[in-house]
Design a binder for this molecule. Structure first.
Ligand code: UDP
Length: 250
């Protein structure tokens, strides 16, 4: 597996269920993106919440991808809690939707070229339109929906390559999005790729973020389950996560 950055063992990481997560901040994550682009080689960023740790624990192939990523950000209050319990707290939550928006703001200043892949037909294009309006000068150079067969991964990747993106954001859910990124990293030509889950649904206005009060109470996950009962399967993973963290030595 091609990894051009530092291995997880050499980075400042915590480990939950043998999944390495970087003690990174938003500022550090953005600085890393700039260095990855400057390097000219493909890099993978994973945003990890409690459910992704459990998915990785249950799926060895996906765990290999996560532990082989160049950066794994702490995306969720569960991870923040686990890091405190281990006595090595992360400074803040660094979520995929927040990184994606900051990258659009950065693109408006630096000219970085971003490609949006994923979500239902039309959603990524609408998300791109909204972000280009919000950050004038932001270079979203192409978009494609996320509903295609794995047999056509290479041809979708070739379409992406034609747009010459520096950054590829993939919103197809875990683990599909990370698998697509690793499988096609030598075709797309993107120097940084990141799975961003439901981000384009938020950017397009299809999904509303929870009200500020709900976010403050750290109950955004509960809000999402209420709006989309399909997400309940992720909530079912929480007890496994909590049990594993409580069981680990402090
Ligand atoms: N999605 C997709 N292709 C698929 C399955 C899902 O593009 O084959 C999209 C879906 O439309 C949604 C996103 O992937 O926009 C996943 O969102 P979800 O909130 O489930 O991801 P999470 O953040 O929970 O990983």
């Amino acid at each position: 597996m091609a990894t051009s950055g530092l291995a997880a063992e050499k980075r400042d990481c915590i480990r939950i269920l043998d999944v390495a997560i970087d003690r990174t901040t938003m500022a550090n994550t953005l600085a890393k993106v700039e260095s990855y682009i400057a390097s000219g080689k493909p890099h993978l960023i994973v945003t990890a919440d409690a459910a992704s740790v459990v998915i990785a624990h249950r799926n060895p192939e996906f765990k290999k991808i996560v532990n082989g990523a160049d950066l794994v950000t702490p995306d969720g209050n569960g991870i923040v809690w686990a890091s405190k319990r281990q006595g090595r707290p992360v400074e803040q939550r660094v979520s995929g939707v927040d990184i994606a928006e900051k990258l659009c703001a950065l693109s408006a200043k630096s000219g970085y070229r971003i490609y949006f892949l994923g979500a239902a037909p039309g959603v990524a294009a609408l998300a791109a339109e909204n972000l280009m309006l919000k950050y004038p000068g932001c270079q979203i150079v192409g978009s494609h929906d996320g509903y295609f067969s794995q047999d056509t991964d290479e041809s979708v990747a070739a379409e992406i390559a034609a747009a010459k993106p520096d950054i590829l954001l993939v919103a197809m859910g875990m683990p599909r999005q990370e698998q697509f990124i690793r499988k096609t990293e030598n075709i797309t030509g993107a120097k940084v790729a990141m799975g961003v889950g439901g981000t384009f649904d938020v950017f397009s206005g299809k999904t509303k973020r929870a009200p500020k009060l709900v976010q403050k109470l750290k109950l955004e996950w509960f809000w999402r389950v209420l709006l989309n009962p399909k997400k309940a399967s992720k909530v079912m993973m929480l007890p496994t996560f909590v049990f594993a963290v409580l069981k680990e030595k402090q």
